[in-house]
Design a binder for this molecule. Structure first.
Ligand code: FAD
Length: 395
């Protein structure tokens, strides 16, 4: 790095991954005048996505303030929605038409529910894409006297939402629809607990079904039948922002930025990609979007950037999964411990102890960011691959 000019690192997206990058970078470089870190995000509060099913049932959750977290780190916060990335000019345009310049860009725009692949979902279904979307569903649910809430998608988000809605709204019938069975990839002990919890809460599970259309008052299935619905929540599949593809970055078939082992775009090495928006290959395959994987990618990108700026080779990112905690309302949960490739182990936690575990995991990111501010190595407390990895100084 030329020490007479300031190197501009621009991080797009203050999610679990992007914030990990910003705090790690800023904490390690705050005394250096030759590197500036800027974070752009549409809101100045951090969205705990892991709690959006709670927001959707009217529960108050914390709204941690991002500029307050950055205070004292030297990193700048810009409130805005990115509308375009120009990799030639090395600029990012935001919705008020401002252009933000970068030397190194970190792409951490996350993912949202895939509302585009089934007709009517965009127009008639609710999502858990943002606190605002979740609050719209909460408002709708409180105004229903009875009727059926259909949840499209029986993955982990669908399961958590179904349990939460059934627990908070016993006056409503909750129907969970999916191609596969809920918890199909779990150990039979974990799946049995999950099935029993959904049954206890009165959730009607229908597996092996394909939703082909969502209408204002029902969902239509591939077998020609339909289910009346006072509200539909869509949690099936995810999609990412089209900005990466539009900018000419190499993306995979789902639009995620394809990275090398140091988390740099394979087509544009001055762009790093982290979290759900990145297609990161490991020995077992391409990582799928989780907060447990997203946060370490953010920290690793920061370390890669610093090593490259110091003229060193960045280290390869290594990650293995270690657990799948799933809430089943406020007092129950199931925690499936996993092998690094995400396959289930025999170890399973259920009931109140699991609920406490899940809450601890959900609450952990923000205090960890705050600790990382003072002690960058606190990022190493996020386990990679079932082991605790030591994050060394990148200087
Ligand atoms: C209800 C629910 C429960 C979940 N539970 C779990 C769980 O228990 N465990 C787990 O590991 N994962 C869970 N997940 C998945 C997890 O939330 C994601 O994998 C994680 O949030 C990904 O982190 P990220 O930083 O990549 O993206 P995000 O956390 O989504 O952050 C992306 C950020 O980018 C911003 N952004 C997007 N587009 C733009 C733009 N154009 N311009 C500027 N900013 C933009 C967004 O506003 C956001 O702040 C859950 C998800 C949901 C919805």
């Amino acid at each position: 790095m030329n020490t007479t000019t300031r190197h501009e690192v621009l991080v797009m997206g203050a999610g679990y991954a992007g914030l990990g990058t910003v705090i790690q970078l800023a904490a390690r470089t705050r005394k250096r005048g030759n590197l500036r870190v800027t974070l752009v995000n549409p809101y100045d509060t951090f969205t705990e996505r892991l709690r959006l099913h709670m927001t959707a049932t009217g529960q108050e959750t914390a709204k941690p303030n991002i500029p307050e977290l950055l205070d004292g780190t030297g990193a700048e916060f810009v409130r805005g929605w990115v509308t375009a990335v120009d990799t030639e000019a090395k600029t990012v345009r935001i919705d008020d038409d401002r252009l933000l310049r970068y030397d190194t860009l970190v792409y951490g725009l996350g993912s949202i529910a895939d509302t585009a692949s089934v007709p009517g979902v965009d127009d008639h279904a609710y999502t858990l894409n943002s606190p605002q979307d979740a609050a719209l569903l909460a408002d709708r649910l409180t105004r229903l006297d009875g009727g059926t809430v259909v949840i499209g998608g029986s993955g982990l988000t669908g399961i958590e939402a179904a349990a939460e809605i059934a627990e908070r709204h016993p006056e409503l019938q909750v129907v969970l629809l999916g191609r596969g069975e809920p918890g199909a990839s779990m150990h039979p002990k974990a799946k049995a607990h999950l099935d029993a919890a959904l049954a206890r809460l009165g959730v009607r599970v229908r597996s092996g079904v394909e939703v082909v259309k969502v209408l204002p008052d029902c969902v239509e299935l591939a077998d020609g039948s339909s289910i009346p619905a006072a509200a539909v929540l869509w949690t099936s599949g995810t999609r990412v922002s089209p900005l990466a593809a539009a900018a000419g970055l190499t993306v995979d078939e789902r639009g995620r930025v394809v990275t090398d082992s140091a988390l740099r775009s394979v087509s544009h090495p001055d762009v790093y990609a982290v979290g759900d928006a990145a297609a990161i290959r490991q020995g077992y395959g391409v990582m799928h979007g989780t907060c447990q994987g997203g946060m370490p990618t953010g920290v690793h990108a920061a370390l890669s950037i610093l090593r490259v700026l110091a003229g060193k080779e960045p280290k390869p990112f290594r990650f293995g999964y270690y657990h799948t905690p799933v809430s089943l309302g406020r007092n129950d949960a199931v925690v499936q411990f996993t092998r690094p490739d995400d396959s289930p182990r025999r170890i399973v936690l259920t009931g109140k102890r699991a609920a406490k575990y899940k809450e601890t995991v959900t609450a952990a990111p923000w205090p960890t960011f705050a600790r990382m501010k003072k002690m960058p190595a606190a990022g190493a407390l996020w386990p990679h691959g079932g082991r605790y990895t030591r994050i060394r100084s990148a200087k």
